[in-house]
Design a protein around this ligand. Structure first.
Ligand code: ZN
Length: 275
């Protein structure tokens, strides 16, 4: 289904946790789905998954880039509509993969391949705001509930020392390929994310320009190009771009025109360092 750069069950798990499925359960705009995960359980699950991510991916550990990304994340997270989870932002050193995802409970991973594709800070902020939107919308809990139900989820959360828990965990990771975010959830994340960008002082048009850039790169995709993994869960379709343009049009054009994208700062802090 996906071309995985580092094939592993974990990678499948991560890709699908921020995915869009045309076969998925399409919900009405803003409609809520059942979610049996409490905030505490969601955080516990996310912490377990974060441990696995960090055991399987190379974390960048560049103090300048790390601090910069954290600064952007904090600027967005402090105005997130959801304030009961600890948002955390980690850069993955993988220039060949264009990806970013949020785990349940607020861990977020941003790949250097995606950062290199961004032209300015506002474009990176648009991706991060979208991912915060999934957390703020409780989309992980909704999707996991829909897919796995109560007993399996609780087994995964509590079962690190029991064989049954390990079995459930293996099953969850091994079969999670069917779990995706729905079109309705993706739209909701775009809406929440763009609103956060606007309120944080970024030009919301950057969310559109980044998606256009992804579409352009997809069309040029060839050998030696970074894998656009983000697109497997976030297709840059004309339809999606049109929906983003409609969202942007809700904000006053004159104020948008003077909203910053911070291209120079991004060049200095990220692009010059990731060459
Ligand atoms: Zn998404």
């Amino acid at each position: 289904m996906y071309k995985l750069v580092n094939p592993s069950h974990l990678a499948v798990l991560l890709v699908v946790l921020c995915g869009l499925s045309l076969q998925g359960c399409v919900t009405p705009e803003g409609g809520q789905q059942p979610n049996i995960l409490s905030t505490e359980q969601e955080i516990a699950l996310g912490d377990k998954m974060a441990t696995e991510v960090e055991a399987n991916e190379k974390i960048l550990n560049d103090p300048i880039i790390d601090d910069y990304v954290k600064e952007i994340g904090v600027r967005l997270a402090r105005i997130s509509p959801r304030q009961d989870v600890p948002y955390r932002f980690t850069v993955v050193d993988n220039p060949d993969t264009v990806n970013a995802f949020a785990l349940p409970g607020g861990h977020m991973y941003i790949y250097t391949g995606l950062m290199k594709l961004c032209q300015n800070e506002a474009q990176l902020a648009s991706v991060m705001a979208h991912e915060i939107g999934h957390v703020a919308g409780h989309h992980h809990g909704e999707s996991l509930t829909r897919q796995y139900g109560y007993s399996m989820l609780i087994g995964f959360i509590l079962g690190d020392r029991s064989s049954q828990g390990a079995e459930v965990a293996a099953q969850l990771i091994g079969t999670i390929g069917e779990l995706r975010f729905s079109r309705g959830q993706e739209n909701e994340s775009d809406r929440i994310g763009m609103d956060m960008m606007w309120r944080a002082g970024y030009n919301p048009e950057a969310m559109v320009s980044f998606m256009e850039r992804m579409l352009q790169n997809e069309q040029q995709q060839g050998r030696g190009q970074p894998a656009l993994k983000f697109l497997s869960s976030h297709p840059a379709t004309a339809e999606r771009i049109a929906a983003l343009q409609a969202l942007v049009a809700q904000y006053p054009a004159d104020l948008r025109a003077t909203s910053p994208v911070y291209a120079e700062r991004y060049q200095e802090k990220v692009l010059n360092r990731l060459k």
